[in-house]
Design a binder for this molecule. Structure first.
Ligand code: PHE
Length: 350
């Protein structure tokens, strides 16, 4: 019975070596199971003479209790370790800052879009909107840009594999100018009686929107934005164009030190035509002429395509690039930044 102490020590060591509950139960079976060491010792008591039975039985019982105590201690230790591991793996650092949903910012080009609508609304302009997929007639022919005319090559575009009623491929509009014709025709239809009697309410509209050309570099993107302006009435002159566009620039840039010049140019849909150039009198771009719009008095053929008599109705149109104005307003040097979706760039407009 001397080896009972080492039996308890052996069991304790075995339990300590069990790294998980399953191996601990295996180890337990080797001592306390049906044919475990303690169980076998208990059975062997039967063979002892009655006077030794009592003493031997007590010793075996003590050993059994020692083993059970070691077992329970190890069980508890394993359960504690398991719980500690779980707590550690599921730990939440409540002191970390929360993941709030980021508040978006309005894209700088959209900001210009909204500003432009506001400025023109304040001087009585309506805001128009129309299709980006356009027919050949509205994008070119109605604007006095006949088929095979060399002026068409000024605007190479993307075509859509689908034909219009004239059997011509649809295209992505190359400018917002087709909206002159769409808006004017709707206006004329709406005021047909007054058009006939010669006192149609004036057409005054601004049309911001997406436009497309086969172009891609630091100052051109295949998709870009323009806004068209159109003012048609009985006596709307080139002088009105100059004052409206110049006033717009001062309002848009919120500064007075802007010089504007109208440089003779050519567009099939205006006559006379002019490029609008502007120059800041101060700041980093001081003294540089910057081209910002095409403009002119609407060509009689186009007025006729509005459904109006060019002898009675005249006026001007202009078209500007939204990205260009936005770049100048915020000092952005590469137009591609507007379309890359880089938050580091966009967040600067918060
Ligand atoms: N549509 C012309 C362009 O995209 C600009 C323009 C608009 C010129 C209206 C004159 C009148 O280049």
């Amino acid at each position: 019975m001397d080896n009972l102490d080492s039996l308890v020590a052996g069991a304790t060591a075995d339990f300590a070596a069990a790294a998980d509950p399953a191996s601990l139960e295996d180890a337990k079976a080797r001592y306390l199971g049906k044919s475990g060491r303690i169980t076998e010792l208990m059975k062997s008591l039967a063979a002892l003479p009655p006077e030794q039975k009592r003493e031997a039985g007590a010793k075996i019982n003590a050993a059994k209790q020692g083993i059970e105590a070691a077992l329970n201690a190890r069980r508890q230790a394993l359960a504690d370790a398991q719980l500690a591991a779980r707590l550690a793996s599921e730990a939440i650092d409540v002191t970390l800052p929360g993941r709030a949903r980021g508040a978006g910012v309005i894209h700088p080009v959209m900001r210009s879009w909204m500003r432009i609508e506001e400025i023109f609304a304040s001087i009585g302009f309506d805001v128009g909107d129309g299709p980006e997929i356009e027919t050949d007639w509205y994008n070119f022919s109605a604007l006095n840009n006949p088929e095979n005319h060399p002026a068409r090559s000024m605007q190479d575009t993307f075509y859509v594999d689908m034909k219009d009623a004239d059997g011509r491929l649809l295209c992505l509009r190359t400018h917002t100018s087709p909206m002159q014709v769409r808006y004017a025709r709707a206006h004329v239809a709406k005021h047909a009686a007054q058009v006939a009697s010669g006192d149609m309410p004036e057409i005054r509209v601004i049309v911001p929107g997406r436009t497309y050309r086969v172009d891609s570099d630091a100052t051109h993107s295949p998709m870009f934005h323009q806004f068209e302006g159109l003012w048609i009435g009985r006596d709307v002159s080139f002088a009105d164009l100059k004052s409206v566009y110049t006033a717009f620039l001062h309002a848009f840039f919120e500064r007075d030190d802007i010089v504007v010049r109208f440089r003779p140019s050519y567009f099939p849909f205006t006559e006379p035509s002019a490029e609008v150039d502007m120059m800041f009198e101060d700041g980093p771009l001081k003294g540089r002429w910057l081209e910002i719009a095409g403009s002119g008095q609407v060509h009689p053929t186009v007025v006729r395509n509005y459904g109006l008599d060019p002898e009675q109705y005249v006026g001007f149109a202009f078209g500007s690039g939204l990205e260009r104005l936005t770049m100048l307003r915020y000092g952005v040097e590469d137009l591609r930044l507007f379309f890359e979706g880089d938050l580091r760039f966009l967040e600067q407009f918060r």
